[in-house]
Design a protein. Structure first.
Length: 139
């Protein structure tokens, strides 16, 4: 069995963003040479997410609005976490909802996706450098 590890780095100019990282994940898979196995993609920061869904602008806008209703950024004094001087408690909650990681099967050297599936990096407290880990295991 072989394994391969790669990091992706992001620094979004905005507090929140959704970035399609499927091309970078496919590139890492090709670099690995692994044809059968699994790929793990996870956000290595507690205010960012990795998730699978459709690459459709309206859906991403819906996520933005829905998440803001569930965990609004303001007023920041509504969260005890922000008593520490932070202003990102909402980002922790948004990450919890959207998830930390995804695992995808690899079949014949390709991501074994369903129709329309893509991998996304979700940023909820941006404007600083964060990373995503790609770990591939297989033959």
């Amino acid at each position: 069995m072989k394994s391969y590890r790669k990091e992706l780095w992001f620094q979004t100019p905005t507090r929140r963003a959704f970035i399609n990282i499927t091309p970078q994940v496919k590139e890492a898979l090709q670099e690995s040479g692994i044809k059968e196995g699994f790929i793990l993609v996870n956000a290595m920061h507690i205010t960012a997410s990795v998730f699978i869904n459709d690459h459709e602008y309206g859906l991403h806008q819906d996520y933005e609005e829905w998440l803001e209703k569930l965990a609004p950024h303001a007023p920041i004094d509504q969260y005890r976490h922000n008593d520490t001087g932070e202003d990102n408690a909402d980002a922790h909650m948004k990450r919890q909802i959207m998830g930390r990681e995804v695992t995808v099967a690899i079949t014949n050297g390709k991501l074994d996706f369903g129709t329309w599936e893509q991998i996304f990096y979700g940023e909820f407290d941006g404007r600083r450098r964060k990373r995503v880990l790609i770990k591939i295991i297989g033959e």
